[in-house]
Design a protein around this ligand. Structure first.
Ligand SMILES: [Zn+2]
Ligand SMILES: [Zn+2]
Length: 486
């Protein structure tokens, strides 16, 4: 795909009337229904050039939206190709196998469903990594930590979580990762960004306060470990009402928010801009003017699509009354037709949907609804899809992550951060001292109930239990990261 076929005068789809066509601003096809028709009756009739010049059953001109090539079949935009930094496989993303380019963005779907969670779909979470070493998470639904760790990002490095709203499918794994992040060496504060609500008790800060209360037993129990500042949560609660206001601005990365219509005040969408690249996540909500505005021209525009507007089918499939399904869509969500309309108006380089139940038997219908409006590049935001973005190229792969084994927090990632110059580790680290002992919070009689270890350890491997943490314990970093040849 190195030649611009659209502008080659020898090609049948050469555009006669002007400058090279910007693939991000195509206006060629008004309905993909014609594309479907081309493979149906109209396509069968096509035996000559004349046969291709008619219109499809819906009246639109029969034409490949990306520009045809003789016998080339369907093509995709010229920019849909692997980025120049991909040193690994173009077919799959193998975490840790390639370095992100300095001007590259990588977007990974670490969860994609509202409800119910499934083996192949965790709760909604989008990880955005930038060539400047920054990493962000947009929403943090149930089970996403499994995929994040599978992507070889250890819990200690999870930070900067942007919550779109406080439906639990968008933050369920925060109370899970919060104490374990600290336990596994995340001794620095966790940063959570999220909207206010109508009243203070409905905002992100109040959710975090309530979460700390919910976790009180766990947090105290883990205080027998080195924790440092890992229990600190820096909450960046911003006014949900601001339209395009900056909610994050560091290291050349800007994140803006706008209010969304999602049944209750306090839901927002986000747009991240960095180095001329942009990522948009609508969060949940009805299709609205502001999402169209802030999605305009985005490199990657991700919208939710829990509005699979096929109520009767969903009743057959999931046993949920059609009325409940329709009402949920009409008060909360974006239908597949609305997705197409948003993309058609905003003209992103890549339009994606997530936060939906992926069913192959209905996905074709979903896509038909989207294509009724939108002819641009489209991909599904499903677990564990990975999108690499540069100014020149956009590429889509599925990650290959460990399945039943090997998903322990990979300290090798820390070494990779060191190698890339983004992280400095000293040769030795003195761990923070625990704040509590067992004796502080456990009655001696329960420790006395423990079976004498000599009853179960063979004599030659016996190690006397060490119930006291050694104060000011210093470890060699190389012991933790493990031997690695340079
Ligand atoms: Zn949701
Ligand atoms: Zn929601």
């Amino acid at each position: 795909m190195t030649k611009d076929i659209q502008n080659d005068p020898k090609q049948p789809n050469h555009i006669e009337d002007g400058a090279p066509q910007d693939p991000t601003r195509r206006t060629v096809l008004k309905g993909i229904a014609t594309g479907a028709a081309a493979t149906g009756a109209a396509g069968l009739a096509a035996g000559s050039a004349e046969a291709h010049e008619g219109s499809g059953p819906l009246g639109a001109e029969l034409k490949n939206p990306y520009g045809g090539r003789p016998a080339g079949g369907i093509s995709l935009p010229e920019y849909f190709r692997p980025t120049k930094y991909m040193t690994g496989s173009n077919a799959n993303y193998f975490p840790l196998s390639e370095e992100l380019g300095p001007d590259e963005m990588r977007i990974s779907f670490c969860g994609s469903t509202p409800y119910p969670p499934r083996e192949d779909q965790a709760g909604t979470c989008i990880m955005v990594e930038l060539g400047n070493g920054k990493r962000f998470f947009f929403d943090f639904g149930s089970g996403c930590v499994r995929n994040i760790v599978g992507m070889q990002v250890p819990g200690q490095l999870i930070n900067d979580i942007f919550i779109s709203h406080l439906h639990v499918d968008h933050y369920a794994d925060i109370p899970y990762i919060y104490p374990f992040r600290a336990w596994s060496g995340g001794y620095t504060p966790l940063r959570i960004h999220g909207p206010s609500g109508r009243t203070p008790e409905l905002g992100t800060q109040a959710m975090v306060d309530g979460m700390k209360q919910m976790l009180r037993w766990h947090l105290e129990a883990f205080d027998v470990f080195p924790i440092g500042d890992g229990y600190e949560i820096e909450v960046n609660e911003f006014d949900f009402r601001q339209e395009g206001g900056v909610v994050y601005d560091e290291d050349g990365v800007t994140v803006r928010s706008w209010p969304r219509s999602h049944a209750k005040d306090g839901a927002v969408g986000y747009r991240l801009d960095w180095n001329g690249l942009s990522f948009v996540w609508t969060g949940d909500g009805r299709p609205d003017e502001l999402s169209r505005k802030y999605g305009e021209g985005a490199d990657v525009f991700v919208t939710e699509m829990s509005g699979q507007d096929i109520g009767q089918l969903m009743t057959y499939k999931y046993g949920i009354p059609q009325e409940l399904f329709n009402y949920t869509i009409d008060t909360h969500h974006t239908s597949h037709y609305a997705v197409g309309k948003l993309f058609a108006d905003a003209r992103p380089r890549l339009g994606m949907v997530t936060h939906y139940t992926q069913d192959e038997d209905i996905d074709a219908e979903m896509l038909a609804g989207i294509r009724a409006h939108y002819d641009g590049l489209f991909q599904w935001g499903i677990d564990v899809a990975v999108v690499n973005v540069t100014k020149e190229a956009i590429w889509y792969r599925k990650a290959v992550i460990p399945g039943k084994s090997g998903t322990v927090p990979p300290f090798r990632e820390l070494q990779a951060e060191v190698d890339a110059g983004r992280l400095e580790l000293p040769e030795e680290i003195t761990l923070p001292n625990p704040r509590l002992t067992r004796a502080d919070q456990q009655d001696q009689k329960y420790r006395d109930m423990e079976i004498d270890p000599k009853e179960y350890y063979p004599e030659d491997v016996f190690r006397a239990p060490d119930g006291e943490w050694p104060k000011d314990l210093t470890i060699k970093v190389s012991d933790v990261l493990g031997p690695r040849d340079k």
